[in-house]
Write a protein that binds this ligand. Structure first.
Ligand code: UGA
Length: 429
């Protein structure tokens, strides 16, 4: 099929590339001319495992191309996907201006029937607004169908999630676009659930909020574990074996971050408020998440006492493993708060150092994770990168003025760490 994806961020670029990989002809459109130029010349603006190879392969096969013209994309495709940002605003609501702008641009370029699919995470009832906007701005008065098709990929695992989805959600107003949507997704061999548009939009916000709730729940349990000498990982393992609960997203941490959970929680709370429902449960999820960071910082301050004049090594800057994304990263917040307390920082992240630098003036970036501890008073793990598990602990212990390690991601075994001579403080263990 001939598809256009508008927006080449994490969702748009990965979606477009995977659609090309399964045989569709895809044009990825972005209004950022520099980004389009970079993509056209073989560059990739984000780090996502496996993406670069797939982009190269599909560009070479002639199935994937890039453009900064929405009109070109619309003219050359049957289905147009909207995958532009919906950034948060100060009051928790989302800025819909990019979606609105794209809807108008698509409307202006339409000369025949098109299917317009929203992939961006949007408040419930956005599909209705998009349909209205397109109708209003389409001079040629041609018909179109608006579809909601939320995306569930995780950064750092985006290609994998997209190629092997748990489910495909297709929200429609009429049955007309259903067969085309099924055809687009047939190669992915996943269950397709067809709903009304509002339900599809809600599935996304309700899913992300539920996953955030799961993390805050285990983080709250971790506090009880610390107070009683229990081990939160064992509790999570035992809970997770119940199929109704499941083990995933039960990893206690210094809190969740990123460009999705914090934003989507605020948006869902705001939407509920506008519908005159006080979603207190989700406000509590936010509160627990914020207090998790406070508690972790307190652990560091309680142990090291005065941070002014001390040097702390921080492993991890990205908001999670396998990504260079530092948006709303708990690791960055932690660094900023440690700096505020007067600590000097030596930091390392396998992929996110470049993007983190402007947010952390004054830190010393270290290329090799095993050099970070040199001259430090303590070491902190802030992101769950797998490779941190391979840290040379013997070397770190020797480098540190006193062997203290704060683990905000529970990467190491407390007993082993004690045996190695560390004062080791993690979450809920
Ligand atoms: C999240 C959802 O998982 C995706 O399904 C969704 O498509 C995406 O948002 C989106 O709306 O675009 P993402 O934000 O990329 O994906 O990353 P996650 O893997 O969900 O992690 C989010 C945060 O939670 C990270 O800071 C991570 O470290 C933290 N986390 C995750 C925990 O603290 N504990 C866990 O057990 C799992």
């Amino acid at each position: 099929m001939k598809l256009t994806i508008i927006g080449t961020g994490y969702v748009g670029l990965v979606t477009g590339t995977c659609f090309a990989e399964v045989g569709h002809r895809v044009i990825c459109v972005d209004n950022d001319a520099a980004k389009v130029k970079m993509l056209q010349s073989g560059g990739i603006p984000i780090y996502e495992p496996g993406l670069e190879e797939l982009v190269k392969k599909n560009v070479a096969a002639g199935r994937l191309s890039f453009s900064n013209s929405t009109a070109e994309g619309v003219a050359n495709s049957d289905v147009v996907f909207i995958a532009v940002p919906t950034p948060p605003q100060a009051d928790g609501s989302v800025d819909m201006s990019f979606i609105e702008r794209v809807a108008r641009d698509i409307a202006g370029a339409m000369t025949e029937y098109k299917i317009i699919v929203d992939k961006s995470t949007v408040p419930v009832q956005t599909g209705e607004k998009v349909a209205e906007t397109i109708k209003r701005y389409c001079k040629n008065q041609v018909e179109c169908d608006v579809v909601s098709n939320p995306e569930f990929l995780r950064e750092g695992f985006a290609v994998e999630d997209l190629m092997k989805p748990d489910r495909i959600v297709v929200g429609v107003r009429t049955q007309r676009p259903v067969s085309v949507m099924k055809e687009i997704y047939a190669p992915f061999n996943a269950p397709i659930i067809v709903t009304d548009i509002n339900s599809a939009e809600l599935i996304k916000h309700a899913s992300n909020s539920f996953l955030a709730l799961k993390i805050s729940y285990i983080n709250a349990v971790s506090i009880i574990c610390e107070a009683t000498g229990a081990n939160v990982q064992e509790v999570a393992n035992g809970m997770g074996m119940d199929e109704r609960i499941g083990r995933r997203f039960l990893n206690a941490s210094l809190g969740f971050g990123g460009s999705c959970f914090p934003k989507d929680l605020s948006a869902f709370i705001k939407i509920a408020e506008e519908l005159r429902y006080d979603f207190g449960l989700l406000k509590e999820v936010q509160r627990i998440n914020a207090s998790q960071m406070d508690r972790f910082l307190k652990k560091i301050v309680d142990t090291l006492w005065v941070l002014k004049g001390k040097t702390i090594g921080v492993l991890g800057l990205a908001f999670k493993q396998n990504t260079d994304d530092v948006r709303t990263s708990p690791a960055i917040e932690l660094c900023q708060r440690l700096q505020k307390e007067g600590a000097a920082l030596r930091v390392h992240d396998p992929k996110a150092m470049e993007k983190a630098k402007p947010l952390l003036p004054g830190v010393t970036c270290i290329d090799d994770m095993n050099d970070v501890a040199e001259g430090c008073d303590a070491l902190v793990i802030a992101t769950e990168w797998e490779e941190f598990k391979k840290l040379d602990l013997e070397r770190a212990r020797k480098h540190l003025s006193h062997p203290i390690l704060f683990d905000g991601r529970n990467l190491f075994d407390p007993k082993e760490m004690e045996k190695l001579g560390f004062i080791y403080k993690s979450i809920g263990r």
